[in-house]
Each structure stands twice: as C-alpha cells, then as structure tokens.
Design a protein around this ligand. Structure first.
Ligand SMILES: C[S@@+](CC[C@H](N)C(=O)[O-])C[C@H]1O[C@@H](n2cnc3c(N)ncnc32)[C@H](O)[C@@H]1O
Length: 238
C-alpha cells in the first residue's frame, strides 16, 4: 500500500475498532482539559456539531458538558462505532466539507484532532467555509489540532521518533504511534502559520488561542507535556 492510501479517512475505516477504545486519557487528556473553561469564557448557545467526531469520544465529552450535540464524520466505520457507544446522539456520515444542514444552524462547531487528516490547504479552506455557513452569527468554531511540537518530541501517549518526522514541511506526512492502542498513523503536518492563513482566507475571527500544558496535579508522569504542548487550540468566531 502506498503511503497516501494509508492516510486520512481510508486509514480510519481500517482503524475504527482500535480507535473506538481510545479514551480521553494520557496526553489526549490535555487536548480536552481546558475546553470547559473556554466554553465558559466565550459563552455560546447549546446547539453543537462535532465535525470529524470519529468513534464519538469527543461527541460524548460535549454531551456530558450539557450540549445538545450531533456528530458527523466521513468514515462510516467510525460513525458505526460512535452509534454503538451511544445511540441517543444523532450521528451522520458525510462527504468532506459537506454538512447537510441549513445555514446558521449551530452555536458551536467543535473539531478535535481532525484537520491533520486533511491533505491540502484547499480542502481545509472548504471545511472552514462550510463550518462558517452552518454556524449562527457569533457562533464558535473550536479547533483542537497538533502543534508544531507534536511530531518532534516524546509524549506519554505518543511516540514520534521516526525518520519521517525529520525536517517536516507543510503538507508533509508525519508518523505517530498512539501507545495506548498500539496504533501507528500518518498525519499531515500543518503549522500555526498555515492555520493563521486559513483563518485570514476565510471569514472567521480568531478570538482565543491556547497551547495546553500538563500540570503537577494531572495524575500523569508527563514527559515533554509540562514544558511543550502537543496541541494548539484555536477559538474562532463567525
Ligand atoms: C483522530 S480522529 C478524531 C475523532 C474525534 N474527534 C476525537 O477527538 O476522538 C479523526 C477523525 O476525522 C475524520 N475525518 C478525516 N477527514 C475528515 C473530513 N475531511 N471531514 C470530516 N471528518 C474527517 C476521520 O474519519 C476520523 O474519524
């Protein structure tokens, strides 16, 4: 199999069962740790969409925060795993950048650990524009994605010391292993500057940004997480 064929959605079709066992723990805990505080700070309404919901762990996280949430994903296997875990949440298989909902539907679109699955700036821009369309005016688009530190440091849950990750440039494939579920994946490497370009090429305003770090009280023996953040969290407003 060539490397491209192993990436993005086709990859997730294959790995849905393994991924569905992944909880919000270890390094991944940091991706979600500050989301309740960000939602409190920026105050949006209750109607939410989890874009790229995968096996539904992020959707259930939002439901547990009291949001009225739906999930969409390009992988039917991931959606099947999400429905299996909670069939009270509405889930739908979609095509990339096509959300079959009316304009101005949601108060929040949440997108965790998805954008590094998308291979081109053009496709990312289509996703941003489609999210913009379905958000209400003043609605929030919260993105959790990999930071530039992700692929060149060692983390509690993520092994990254692979030759592929030397001298990464935008759009290149980075290799990463999720230790908890023994799953090796390829992500597209995008920099903070790539994300800032996307924001300025679309109609969003950047209202907050965070690199979540590990703390003493998290209950983990952090490796790089206390000084470097594997994630960037962008809070955009329509
Ligand atoms: C790493 S999983 C993250 C799942 C979930 N958000 C979470 O935090 O656990 C990435 C998901 O993004 C989905 N995905 C990839 N490209 C997508 C696209 N263009 N549009 C929607 N979903 C996409 C994949 O099918 C996969 O389920």
């Amino acid at each position: 199999m060539d490397l491209k064929a192993m990436t993005s959605a086709s990859n997730w079709h294959h790995d849905a069962t393994a991924y569905s066992k992944l909880e919000i723990t270890g390094t991944g805990y940091l991706a979600f740790k500050y989301i309740p505080a960000l939602l409190e700070k920026h105050q949006c309404g209750n109607k939410a969409l989890d874009y790229g919901c995968g096996a539904g762990r992020s959707t259930r996280f939002l439901k547990n925060l009291g949001l009225d949430v739906e999930g969409v994903d390009v992988s039917s296997e991931m959606i099947a795993a999400a429905v299996n875990a909670d069939d009270n949440i509405p889930y739908m298989v979609i095509n990339s950048a096509e959300i079959p909902k009316k304009d101005n539907t949601y108060d929040l679109v949440f997108c965790s650990l998805v954008l590094f699955d998308i291979s081109t700036h053009n496709e990312l821009e289509k996703v941003f524009n489609e999210v913009h369309r379905v958000l209400k005016n003043g609605g929030l688009f919260i993105i959790i994605t990999a930071s530039e530190h992700m692929y060149v440091n060692d983390w509690v849950s993520l092994k990254t010391d692979f030759p592929e990750n030397k001298n990464l440039t935008s759009g290149a494939l980075a290799k990463i292993k999720i230790r908890e579920i023994d799953l090796t994946l390829y992500d597209y490497y995008w920099t903070d500057s790539d994300y800032k370009d996307l924001i300025s090429d679309t109609n969003f305003s950047l209202v907050d940004f965070l690199n979540p770090l590990g703390g003493e009280d998290d209950g983990y023996e952090w490796i790089s997480e206390k000084t470097l953040s594997p994630y960037g969290i962008y809070v955009l407003k329509k």
